[in-house]
Design a protein around this ligand. Structure first.
Ligand code: 5GP
Ligand code: MN
Length: 335
């Protein structure tokens, strides 16, 4: 961050303010960890802070400290709009453009006059923020929140609660410390967080070992649906709405399934196509290993984006048509 920006933010935060902190729609571990970590820090510094998510967060994150205070914009529109209009400062975390909050919230955010601060690690940040801390070299927004607090000279404020939130996002967005972007610095920060009392052996249990039996069966179906294009080092799988319904799908159940497609030897590109009848779309997740840039692929072909090894997109055509389009593209790839 620029030194002038840090000084300006220090001044802004010198007196108690009404602050709203917003993660992206469909918030994940990094989005919730970073917003709640910052929330506890701001509360500790006498601000009136609110975390406001565009829509609900998955159940496997409901143990995060402070998650019970999170307001959901799409559920409580009137009250949330009022809180936003009264805010004196707005943080947007773990996303790079208003549209990542969904149509409904985007519309409201565009009309606000309070200054925005963006902290994010996605490519091509929009320029709506008065202060932008954007850097794609970081594996998680949580690691950037740790830095942000350090830049403000407030590292001593990081207690077990804040550390727990930050730890969670670093863990989930780094694929348990294995994705590129995981650096020596990341591990040094993790070590400090553990020294602050973070329960580092318990958090993965809370996050990952909490499946229902039906969720595991849904995973089984996704694995059975998987197709391999050996020549193109690509795999993909699908889950239709009917399949989701038959396994009593609840939010969060499909989290992480996409990664299985990369666990096959020599596969470097994978995707999962998940039908959402309510929204009339196929939601897509892309993952790659090595040099193939799935962010660009998602931008070029599926109205999406993300990072070079993990991105998402959507399609408004049927599952069949979407998968056909993907297969046609894949057979032209030389990976
Ligand atoms: P996931 O596949 O886990 O939903 O998302 C992987 C990464 O891609 C995340 O960083 C997420 O923010 C980003 N991403 C997912 N869906 C979209 C999308 O529709 N548009 C854009 N721009 N990014 C997305
Ligand atoms: Mn993130």
């Amino acid at each position: 961050m620029k030194i002038q920006d840090i000084q300006a933010i220090q001044e802004l935060l010198a007196t108690p303010k009404k602050i709203v902190i917003i993660p992206h729609r469909g918030p994940d571990g990094d989005a919730m960890g970073s917003t709640l970590g910052l929330y506890h820090f701001l509360i500790k510094n006498n601000h009136q802070a609110t975390v406001m998510a565009p829509n609900d967060f998955p159940n496997f994150l409901a143990w995060l400290p402070g998650s019970e205070t999170v307001k959901i914009f799409e559920k409580d529109n009137e009250n949330c709009t009022k809180i936003l209009e009264e805010a004196e400062l707005i943080f947007t975390l773990d996303f790079n453009a208003f549209h990542r909050t969904g149509e409904m919230m985007e519309h409201t955010l565009k009309k606000l006059t309070a200054p925005f601060i963006m902290i994010d690690h996605h490519q091509k940040p929009d320029d709506y923020a008065a202060y932008t801390y954007s850097d794609t070299s970081f594996g998680s927004t949580c690691e950037m929140v740790y830095n942000f607090i350090s830049f403000l000279n407030k590292k001593e404020d990081i207690d077990k609660t804040i550390a727990t939130c930050i730890y969670t996002g670093i863990l989930t967005d780094s694929g348990s410390f294995r994705f590129p972007g995981t650096t020596g610095n990341t591990h040094r920060i993790i070590a400090e967080l553990i020294d602050l009392g973070v329960e580092n052996t318990q958090i993965p249990v809370l996050l990952f070992d909490n499946s229902s039996f039906s969720r595991l069966q849904l995973l089984g179906r996704a694995l059975q649906n998987m197709k391999i294009f050996e020549e193109h080092k690509t795999s993909y799988t699908t889950l239709t709405q009917e399949e989701l319904d038959s396994f009593n799908y609840v939010k969060g159940d499909t989290e992480g399934i996409v990664n299985y497609g990369l666990s096959i030897k020599d596969i470097v590109f994978t995707a999962i196509f998940i039908e959402n009848k309510d929204e009339g779309i196929i939601k897509i997740s892309f993952r790659s290993q090595g040099g193939f840039d799935v962010n660009q692929f998602a931008r070029d072909h599926f109205n999406g984006g993300g990072h070079s090894n993990a991105a998402g997109g959507r399609s408004e055509t049927s599952m069949e048509e979407t998968v056909k389009k993907f297969e046609d593209l894949v057979t032209k790839l030389k990976l």
